[in-house]
Write a protein that binds this ligand. Structure first.
Ligand code: TRP
Length: 453
């Protein structure tokens, strides 16, 4: 029953395509997650492994999603139904929708924190707090139910308003404004950070490889980080590329988006580590890095009041263009498969995600003791989606493109029916048929402990 909608919305400009897709990719994953994961895994050495995964696996998986999305012009479930009728491939699409529910629930919870921290920056709430007190503030904020719940709903509301406005008038329009804005904010922070006395240690840490820190778990971390950061493996990019125009060059969009995503992650590292070193803070202080460490740093630096506001606004903006992309996966599914209006679909999505989302939010307070497989609900959503569903989805997507769709259709999509040159296609086919599936399988089995090197 894959719906055939009257007229499908689409992104109207090349810049819109890049802004929206990069907007999905660039998010908390780059600014919140990347610096602390890199910090815990040996800085420069992690960076090298990460970069090779982006190149060898990330870009091919992203391109594969684009091929599936633009060829089918459907939501992630409908896409597999349409391209592989009468088979079980649609289950992969369904898994994508489920992953979207899970990611949206916990991601919006963290995104909500950025609003509280923006608010605290504005009212000067961090003033004169010691790092001990700042960590107490963080604990007590996430440890109480009401404020995080409030900000969670505000963030859901912002996301759904953009989605209701539509693909072109919502997602594309806001991405085109918010992404350049984010870039400027980040540059301001970078300049401030590298001009701090003692900043050099941070740059050295970020770029000088320490291979002794590399273990097998580092390698899984790097792959998971690459998938999460590039928004691949669950059909977000299948959904977005279903709105690309026929003339968009899929290969070049994938390379640009991956490059932008990586560049922003590195810039975030350059903005954060020099400051961390200048103020003598441990670079491996984990998830709290940006919420506990940075407010402390901002207070001690000249102009810190403004830089603190800039930073948390930046984090919120980055998160917003990502939450919209995840919500669109579910909304497109409801619209096309159940013939709902966009408004009704958005409302239904917001309400249903909120049920899971509230449980994620409360995982650090009233529901902290509710444990499944030793995880809180938040932890379970975070772990299962990123470390299991994304690799599984990514694996299935490359297998689908490499083995099921085959060379001829891939060629058609990547050359826009012969109009473009794409000399890289043989290499691409080799990667999606062999290298990427084997690589993902290997790293995945190793990571979950099923095989040991
Ligand atoms: N890539 C985003 C980030 O780095 C998060 C995100 C958006 C995502 N859509 C996704 C992650 C789909 C995995 C899958 O913050």
């Amino acid at each position: 029953m894959s719906g055939v909608p009257k007229k499908r919305d689409s992104f109207a400009s090349k810049f819109g395509v890049i802004a929206a897709t990069a907007g999905s990719a660039i998010g908390l994953g780059n600014i919140w997650r990347f610096p602390y994961v890199a910090g815990e895994n040996g800085g420069g050495a992690f960076l090298i492994i990460y970069l090779s995964f982006v190149l060898l696996i990330g870009i091919p998986v992203m391109t594969s999603e684009f091929i599936i999305g633009r060829k089918s012009r459907r939501n992630v479930f409908g896409a597999f139904r349409k391209l592989a009728p009468g088979s079980y491939w649609y289950l992969i699409g369904l898994m994508g929708v489920v992953a979207a529910f899970m990611i949206l629930a916990f991601y919006t919870a963290v995104a909500g924190w950025t609003l509280e921290y923006t608010y605290q920056s504005v009212v000067n709430g961090f003033e004169k707090l010691s790092s001990h007190e700042l960590s107490g503030m963080y604990e007590s904020f996430i440890g109480s139910p009401w404020k995080p719940l409030f900000w969670f709903f505000v963030f859901m509301l912002l996301t759904s308003l953009i989605i209701i406005a539509g693909v072109q008038r919502g997602i594309e329009k806001y991405s085109k404004i918010l992404m350049p804005f984010l870039f400027v904010l980040l540059l301001i922070l970078v300049v401030r950070s590298i001009t701090l006395p003692g900043a050099k240690g941070g740059i050295v840490f970020l770029f000088k490889p320490d291979f002794s820190k590399i273990t097998t778990s580092t390698i899984l971390e790097a792959l998971g980080q690459a998938f999460f950061s590039l928004s691949i493996g669950m059909g977000t990019l299948i959904t977005y590329s279903s709105y690309f125009r026929k003339k968009e060059k899929l290969g070049s969009v994938a390379v640009s988006v991956a490059a932008a995503d990586t560049f922003i992650a590195i810039l975030a590292g350059i903005a954060i580590f020099p400051a961390v070193f200048a103020f003598n803070i441990e670079p491996n202080s984990g998830e709290g890095l940006v919420y506990i460490t940075l407010p402390g740093i901002f207070q001690q630096m000249y102009g810190g009041y403004f830089f603190s506001i800039i930073f948390f606004v930046l984090l919120g903006v980055a998160a917003l263009t990502s939450t919209t992309s995840v919500m669109e996966v579910i909304v497109a599914f409801f619209v096309e498969e159940f013939y709902l209006s966009r408004k009704a679909a958005t409302l239904l999505t917001t309400l249903s995600v909120s049920i899971l989302g509230v449980m994620c939010v409360l995982s650090t307070s009233t529901m902290a003791d509710v444990k499944l497989f030793d995880f809180t609900i938040f932890g379970l959503m975070n772990f299962t989606s990123a470390n299991i569903l994304l690799p599984l989805g990514g694996f299935s997507i490359v297998i689908f493109v490499g083995w099921r769709m085959g060379r001829k259709k891939v060629y058609e999509e990547l050359t826009n029916k012969g109009k473009l040159k794409a000399g890289y296609i043989p290499m691409f086919m080799f990667i999606v048929k062999f290298l990427a599936p084997l690589g993902i399988t290997f790293i995945f089995l190793q990571g979950v402990g099923l095989i040991k090197l």
